[in-house]
Design a protein around this ligand. Structure first.
Ligand SMILES: NC(=O)c1ccc[n+]([C@@H]2O[C@H](COP(=O)([O-])OP(=O)(O)OC[C@H]3O[C@@H](n4cnc5c(N)ncnc54)[C@H](OP(=O)(O)O)[C@@H]3O)[C@@H](O)[C@H]2O)c1
Length: 254
C-alpha cells in the first residue's frame, strides 16, 4: 500500500511541485484546484493522480469536496497550499478582491484544516502530518500590514493551535513561511518576471526546504535564511519608525 497525500491547491506552483516530489517518492497523490484549464493540462500528464476541481470559496463545492475526499481518507499528509495573492498595495484592494483574499487564504483554510485534522492518520511508516503554506509576510509584527499578510499571520497562529491540540493524537503540524518563490503566479503578477523580488528562490529550493522540514519532523519552516533574518530585524524596529516606513513605502508604490 502507498502512503497518501492530499494537496489542496496542488494544481500549480509550490503545491504542484510538492505533488510531483511526492509522486517521485511513490506516494499516491490527490490534488485540488479551481481552474479547469490547469486540470485539463494535468490529467494526461499525471493519469495516476486523483485531480479534483473545486472552488474552495464556494461553500457548497467545498462541502461536496470534503465529502468526496472523506471516502478516500485517511491520508498521511494533507497540505493546504491554496492561496490567492495580488501585487497588493495596502489601500487599493477593492471589496471583491479583499473578500476573495479572505475566502481562499483564511476561511477555506480554516474549514479544510478542521476537516484535515479528522482525516489524517499515520500509516506506511509515515507520521500523520498537516501542512499549511503561510508566508514571511505573516511574520511581520505590525497591525496594519496587508489583508494577505494578516491572513497568513492568522494561518501561522491557527497552525500553532492545531499543533498543540493534536499533540496527544501524534499528528504533526508544519507551518511553512517562505519568502518569495519564483512561481508562475508570482511572475504573472509582476509582468512576467519576478527577479527583482528580494531573496527570490526557485520552486525546487522551496520544495527541498519543505521536504527537509517534513523529514526531520519540524514544526515550522522559515526560508530562505536571509529573508528570515530580515524579518527578525524588521520586528526589532521601534513601532513608530516601522509605521512611518510602511506608510512611506505604500505612498511610493502608488
Ligand atoms: N510564490 C511565492 O512567492 C509565495 C511566497 C510565500 C507564500 N506563498 C504561498 O504559497 C502558496 C502557493 O503559492 P504559489 O505561488 O505556488 O501560487 P499558485 O501557483 O497560484 O498556486 C495556488 C494554488 O491554489 C489554488 N487555488 C487558488 N484559489 C483557489 C480556489 N478558490 N479554489 C481552489 N484552489 C485554489 C490554485 O489552483 P487554481 O488556480 O486552479 O484555483 C493553485 O493550485 C500560496 O498559499 C501562497 O500564498 C507563495
Amino acid at each position: 500500500m502507498k502512503p497518501k497525500i492530499l494537496i489542496i491547491g496542488g494544481t500549480s506552483g509550490i503545491g504542484l511541485a510538492l505533488a510531483k516530489a511526492h509522486e517521485q517518492q511513490d506516494w499516491q497523490v490527490s490534488v485540488v484546484g479551481s481552474s479547469s484549464y490547469k486540470i485539463n493540462v494535468l490529467r494526461p500528464l499525471f493519469p495516476n493522480w486523483q485531480i479534483i476541481q473545486c472552488d474552495v470559496c464556494d461553500s457548497i463545492q467545498l462541502n461536496d469536496l470534503l465529502e468526496k475526499l472523506s471516502e478516500n481518507a485517511p491520508y498521511q499528509r494533507i497540505i493546504y497550499a491554496a492561496g490567492w495573492y495580488l501585487n497588493e498595495r495596502r489601500f487599493d484592494l477593492n471589496a471583491a478582491d479583499s473578500l476573495k483574499m479572505l475566502a481562499v487564504n483564511l476561511q477555506a483554510f480554516q474549514t479544510c484544516f478542521a476537516w484535515a485534522a479528522r482525516h489524517v492518520q499515520a500509516a506506511c511508516g509515515y507520521t500523520a502530518t498537516l501542512v499549511c503554506l503561510s508566508s514571511v509576510a505573516g511574520l511581520v509584527d505590525y497591525p496594519y500590514t496587508s489583508v494577505y499578510a494578516q491572513c497568513k499571520r492568522a494561518m501561522w497562529h491557527t497552525a500553532a493551535a492545531y499543533r498543540s491540540a493534536l499533540l496527544p493524537n501524534k499528528i504533526n503540524v508544519l507551518c511553512v513561511a517562505s519568502g518569495y518563490v519564483d512561481t508562475e503566479t508570482l511572475r504573472q503578477i509582476n509582468g512576467g518576471n519576478a527577479q527583482h523580488k528580494p531573496f527570490l528562490i526557485s520552486e525546487t529550493r522551496a520544495v527541498n526546504e519543505i521536504l527537509a522540514a517534513l523529514n526531520s519532523g519540524r514544526d515550522t519552516a522559515i526560508f530562505p535564511k536571509r529573508m528570515k533574518y530580515f524579518i527578525q530585524i524588521v520586528n526589532l524596529l521601534p513601532k513608530p519608525y516601522l509605521n512611518w516606513l510602511m506608510k512611506k513605502n505604500d505612498k511610493e508604490s502608488r
